[in-house]
Design a protein around this ligand. Structure first.
Ligand SMILES: *[C@@H]1O[C@H](CO)[C@@H](O)[C@H](O)[C@H]1NC(C)=O
Ligand SMILES: *[C@@H]1O[C@H](CO)[C@@H](O)[C@H](O)[C@H]1NC(C)=O
Ligand SMILES: *[C@@H]1O[C@H](CO)[C@@H](O)[C@H](O)[C@H]1NC(C)=O
Ligand SMILES: *[C@@H]1O[C@H](CO)[C@@H](O)[C@H](O)[C@H]1NC(C)=O
Ligand SMILES: *[C@@H]1O[C@H](CO)[C@@H](O)[C@H](O)[C@H]1NC(C)=O
Ligand SMILES: *[C@@H]1O[C@H](CO)[C@@H](O)[C@H](O)[C@H]1NC(C)=O
Ligand SMILES: *[C@@H]1O[C@H](CO)[C@@H](O)[C@H](O)[C@H]1NC(C)=O
Ligand SMILES: *[C@@H]1O[C@H](CO)[C@@H](O)[C@H](O)[C@H]1NC(C)=O
Ligand SMILES: *[C@@H]1O[C@H](CO)[C@@H](O)[C@H](O)[C@H]1NC(C)=O
Ligand SMILES: *[C@@H]1O[C@H](CO)[C@@H](O)[C@H](O)[C@H]1NC(C)=O
Ligand SMILES: *[C@@H]1O[C@H](CO)[C@@H](O)[C@H](O)[C@H]1NC(C)=O
Ligand SMILES: *[C@@H]1O[C@H](CO)[C@@H](O)[C@H](O)[C@H]1NC(C)=O
Length: 715
């Protein structure tokens, strides 16, 4: 038994630490705390803006019992064994503050994990001098600055600095000292470096993740010397150049992600050697030519994503060889020729995106055989014969997500009651334009959550049965020629009335909004980002807006504009408290704007322009933010923001109708210039304009992080 005594001058306390060799294998909670470790931890604690539950500074000898702290016996100089802190793990604790330099005093630390907190400021250099540190995870914090510190961590195996605000150059000279580094994750920062040749020294590296930074230059040949690499992720950077055939040297590669960069040229036909490769994504680059045989006959690939390049030729997948293939995204290329019939023998295919290519002809009968298929997008494929297409696809029993937008030019919406799509959750057949009516076979789609038939030429009435779709949260029938009254059924949509909106679960590999693929924000599950919506605008609907619409309390977007609706604006709409967009413009509504609308605190887009409304414009709330154009074209409505509101309404002199017309167009933010794009994409545009998605890259990242935080803390 050994008794160690030290005095701690600052606090004037003496502590007695008992180290029992016999207790070696027992719980660290029974070990005593070393004074140096204690001092370091207290320094750390004192710099936090909040405390840490279970931590205190009075019971000096106890720090080994504090949550997140692990002590162990370690060999000290002269064969003396001490109880020291070897690991500090406090992820997801909502801790906020700077890292105190005194942490460097934890000289025996092997694991430091402070991921998913709110630490900020520069990383103290002292952190990079731990002799024994094996795992350093500071991911998902708010650290800033350059990593200029001399990184001297000879034992390091895992370094995760992902999702911070680090910038400037990153020297991979790190492996000069940390020669056994296995995992390096610098993704989601602001680094601007090239990958230096010294990366070659990281010869033990198994995972290298540099995604979502501003890295540039080529992938250096030295990278292909790292033969232990399992995961290589450089997506969403500014890399350029050809993809070297030497990529074949990375024989252990399982995941290879190079999407959203500036790579160009043809794919090297050297994938034969990558026998473990499961996921390859190279989307949103400038690759040309055809898919090389070594790729299209890979037995290991599960997911292949080359969408949004300039690939051409016909699609020649060798399905008898590609036995693992589950997800295939070839959209937004220049593939041509007849529809790739051979795909139908890839029996495991679950997700298939062929949109935005130039196939001719009908969907082949053999697609009936794709019984695993769950996600299918064929939008903008020059596809013909919707009747045949649906007749074939109804045999795909697992189909839940079907997008057929921008095909079937001028055909008729088939209306056979025997069509059965009971698993379908999402159906988009927009912008074809189809004639006919809203078909009755939709009644079989009882699981539908999203239905978009916008930008067609459908006539007749909106069927009442749509209201019985219990899960529907997004209905877009805008820009058709639908007439008659809005059926009462729509006011009973359960998923829009109840508190629990059930949302579609989408595979991450699947994209709907193919044309906007290069924008950063669009890589996320878009459907989940879509607001609960009812859009019946630009039809010929008549009759009143039923008061029962106020039941749709979950609605975020209600657009009934550009119809022939009459009667009063029901006051009950002010019960839809989450409403963000309300457009009733271009109808024949009379009466007042209910003053209770001022309670709609999320309302950011509002228009009642070009109706026959009268009375006062509500004051307060969001109403102080709406532009004059929101109310234009209502002759009897009091002058906007006018302090003087005459009891007898008078004509406002000097208004320029053309100017108003222009503004009206942009009230709801629909850029009509993009008429060639699907109505669905318009939704995205609205999302942009209303802040659901963002354009500026840096702001974008900050917002993304804010969202991530919000979701991770709310669960
Ligand atoms: C670290 O904490 C100690 C003790 O609370 C304090 O005296 C010191 O100023 C802090 N150092 C830094 C760099 O914040
Ligand atoms: C630690 O001690 C200081 C001064 O003695 C005190 O102000 C502080 O509240 C203590 N912190 C905790 C977490 O007990
Ligand atoms: C440490 O112990 C080893 C045997 O376990 C011994 O050979 C060595 O001399 C000791 N060193 C010191 C400095 O006591
Ligand atoms: C850090 O802790 C989190 C949460 O427990 C865990 O998911 C993560 O894998 C840890 N980091 C490392 C490098 O082990
Ligand atoms: C790094 O941390 C982030 C966030 O905590 C996590 O998502 C990621 O998987 C980690 N990277 C590695 C390679 O484990
Ligand atoms: C940090 O990086 C930024 C951006 O690259 C650069 O402008 C700045 O000079 C760097 N600062 C230091 C201290 O290296
Ligand atoms: C890389 O390793 C070589 C020896 O293998 C060494 O000479 C060189 O200094 C190392 N480079 C760096 C940046 O550490
Ligand atoms: C591939 O590697 C070999 C040997 O390592 C080298 O000679 C060749 O130049 C490399 N190929 C390219 C395209 O750089
Ligand atoms: C479906 O596959 C079977 C063999 O698995 C084949 O005999 C049949 O012709 C295929 N059906 C179509 C419509 O191609
Ligand atoms: C659509 O396909 C069906 C079945 O293949 C065929 O009978 C019909 O003639 C086609 N219609 C048109 C307009 O090509
Ligand atoms: C919402 O879901 C919760 C749990 O999933 C359930 O307890 C609650 O009754 C549901 N509310 C409504 C209005 O359906
Ligand atoms: C709003 O909803 C409440 C309860 O759901 C109801 O009592 C009230 O009448 C509604 N308000 C209007 C104006 O319809």
């Amino acid at each position: 038994m050994l008794i160690k005594t030290r005095s701690r001058r600052q606090m004037g306390i003496s502590i007695f630490v008992c180290l029992c060799f016999l207790a070696r294998a027992t719980d660290s909670k029974n070990l005593a705390c070393d004074l140096q470790d204690f001092t370091a931890l207290v320094g750390f604690l004192n710099d936090l803006e909040s405390g840490i539950g279970g931590w205190g500074n009075d019971s000096v000898a106890d720090c080994c019992t504090w949550p997140g702290v692990t002590c162990e016996f370690v060999h000290h100089i002269a064969n003396i064994t001490l109880s020291r802190v070897v690991s500090l793990e406090l992820p997801h604790k909502r801790l906020k503050g700077k890292l105190n330099k005194s942490l460097g005093g934890l000289e025996y630390l092997r694991v430091l994990n402070l991921s998913n907190n709110f630490f900020w400021d520069h990383l103290p250099n002292e952190l990079f001098r731990f002799k024994f540190l094996e795992v350093l995870d500071l991911s998902s914090n708010d650290f800033i600055g350059n990593l200029t510190a001399e990184i001297s961590l000879p034992s390091l195996l895992v370094l995760n600095l992902s999702d911070n605000w680090l910038e400037g150059l990153f020297s991979t000279g790190i492996c000069g000292v940390a020669s056994r580094l296995q995992v390096l994750d610098l993704s989601l920062n602001l680094f601007t470096d090239k990958i230096p040749q010294t990366i070659r020294n990281c010869s033990f590296l198994e995972v290298l993740s540099l995604g979502s930074n501003y890295f540039e230059g080529n992938l250096p040949e030295d990278l292909f010397q790292l033969s232990k690499l399992r995961e290589l992720n450089v997506e969403d950077n500014q890399f350029t150049g050809l993809l070297s055939p030497n990529v074949s040297k990375l024989t252990n590669l399982v995941e290879f992600e190079i999407s959203t960069n500036g790579f160009f040229g043809t794919f090297p036909d050297t994938f034969y050697n990558l026998r473990k490769l499961k996921r390859f994504s190279a989307n949103s680059n400038r690759f040309i030519g055809s898919l090389p045989p070594s790729l299209t006959s890979s037995q290991s690939i599960i997911s292949l994503n080359v969408r949004n390049n300039s690939l051409n030729g016909s699609i020649a997948l060798n399905c008898s060889s590609m036995v693992s293939l589950i997800s295939l995204a070839l959209s937004s290329n220049s593939f041509s020729g007849p529809f790739p019939e051979n795909l139908s023998s890839c029996k495991k295919l679950t997700s298939l995106d062929l949109s935005r290519n130039k196939f001719s002809s009908q969907l082949p009968e053999s697609f009936k055989n794709l019984t695993s298929l769950s996600y299918l997008s064929l939008s903008n494929c020059s596809l013909q014969n919707l009747t045949a297409t649906l007749a074939i696809l109804q045999h795909c029993q697992n189909l839940s997500f079907l997008v057929l937008t921008l095909n079937f030019r001028d055909e008729v919406m088939p209306d056979y009651n025997h069509l059965q799509f009971s698993r379908l959750t999402t159906l988009v057949i927009a912008n074809c334009p189809l004639s006919g009516s809203v078909p009755y076979w939709l009644q079989s789609c009882s699981n539908l959550q999203l239905l978009d038939l916008s930008w067609n030429r459908l006539t007749g009435h909106i069927p009442n049965f749509l209201g019985a779709m219990k899960l529907l949260f997004y209905l877009d029938l805008s820009r058709n020629m639908l007439s008659e009254e809005i059926p009462e059924g729509l006011t009973k949509l359960e998923n829009l009335s109840n508190q629990n909106v059930t949302l579609v679960e989408l595979s991450k590999d699947f994209y709907i909004f193919t044309s906007s693929s290069t924008a950063r924000g669009l890589r996320y599950n878009l459907i989940q980002g879509l607001p609960p919506t009812l859009d019946l605008s630009s039809n010929h609907l008549t009759g009143p807006i039923m008061a029962e619409f106020g039941n749709l309390k979950q609605l975020h977007v209600l657009n009934l504009s550009n119809n022939n609706l009459s009667g009063h604006i029901p006051e009950s709409l002010s019960n839809i408290t989450s409403l963000e967009t309300l457009d009733l413009s271009d109808n024949s509504l009379i009466g007042i704007i209910p003053p209770s609308f001022a309670r709609l605190s999320f309302l950011s887009k509002f228009s009642v322009a070009f109706n026959k409304l009268s009375g006062h414009i509500p004051t307060g709330g969001q109403f102080s933010t709406f532009p004059e154009s929101s109310f234009a074209g209502n002759e009897d409505l009091c002058a906007y923001k006018s302090t003087r509101c005459p009891s007898v309404p008078e004509e406002k002199p000097g208004e320029n109708p053309i100017e108003l017309e222009d503004e009206k167009v942009f009230v709801i933010g629909l850029p009509f210039a993009t008429g060639a794009v699907a109505g669905f994409i318009l939704v995205v545009t609205i999302c942009y304009l209303s802040g659901w998605l963002f354009r500026e890259e840096d702001t974008q990242k900050r917002v993304e992080i804010a969202w991530k935080r919000m979701f991770s803390t709310s669960h």
